[in-house]
Design a protein around this ligand. Sequence first.
Ligand SMILES: C[S@@+](CC[C@H](N)C(=O)[O-])C[C@H]1O[C@@H](n2cnc3c(N)ncnc32)[C@H](O)[C@@H]1O
Length: 273
Amino acid sequence: MNADVEGHYKGEGNLADKIAAGLEESGKSLDDLKTTDLATIDEFHIRGRKATLELGAQLNLGINSRLLDLGSGLGGPARTLAETYGCDVDGIDLTAEFCNAANVMSSWLGLTGKVYCQQGDATDLPFPDDHFDAAMTIHVAMNIPSKDKLYSEARRTLKPVGRFAAYDVIQGDGGDVHFPVPWAREPAISHLATDDEMQSLLTQAGFRILHIQDSSEESLEWFEDRMKQLTDSGQPPVSFNAFLGHDYPVMVRNQVRNLAEGRIRTIAYVCEG
Ligand SMILES: C[S@@+](CC[C@H](N)C(=O)[O-])C[C@H]1O[C@@H](n2cnc3c(N)ncnc32)[C@H](O)[C@@H]1O
């Protein structure tokens, strides 16, 4: 299962090199790069950097905080919050190629000492108990069947009363998902929970849910914008197609349908440990 998930994401060739080439094509210099220059590829979730900042604002982060990012991808959310709050971030992700690229991208931005991404499974964390001040996971649980382990590991490694935020794609009541989607080309690696299931999973893991934000309508507008951009101007030089490949425009079209037909929702759960 893990190999299939990694196979879905890793793409072909050296991802950091491809991103560097895309940046050069769009006239950006690696010597003068900003985190926002990478947001079209390293904020790999619906509503992008805006959603990361919304989540970060609810995590009680400060300069002395240590934040865990479960399923850190290319490290965009981790860098955005390290830069915004001055916190240190540990990322863990199944896809080795993403972790390698994430650490190279952090070096481009002078954030090597603040953000470190390592390869691993978020359902079996290599961190001690009560280690982190805050934790988050963004668009990861939909690849994980054993979500009870994901959330119990988040709870175990979080200090008491630390904040945990989970922002994910949730199964709606409009029927089965149209594939391919950005997290899966086929149902075998897609494991969406319903809102009710999420609430009971988080509670059973020992979290108290403080706040629930359903952003599905905004997510539909976000994907409609992506589709319009693809139709009007094609793929930008720095975009998810660097690893998702030629399927990406089809995935965007399917996501518009999935959201419009209520097959999926996007919901953030902010919890206290
Ligand atoms: C859609 S991406 C989101 C990446 C990142 N959170 C972001 O928002 O930019 C999903 C990520 O989850 C990772 N992932 C899936 N299953 C995982 C697991 N069991 N443990 C750690 N990472 C996992 C994938 O490798 C991929 O990087």
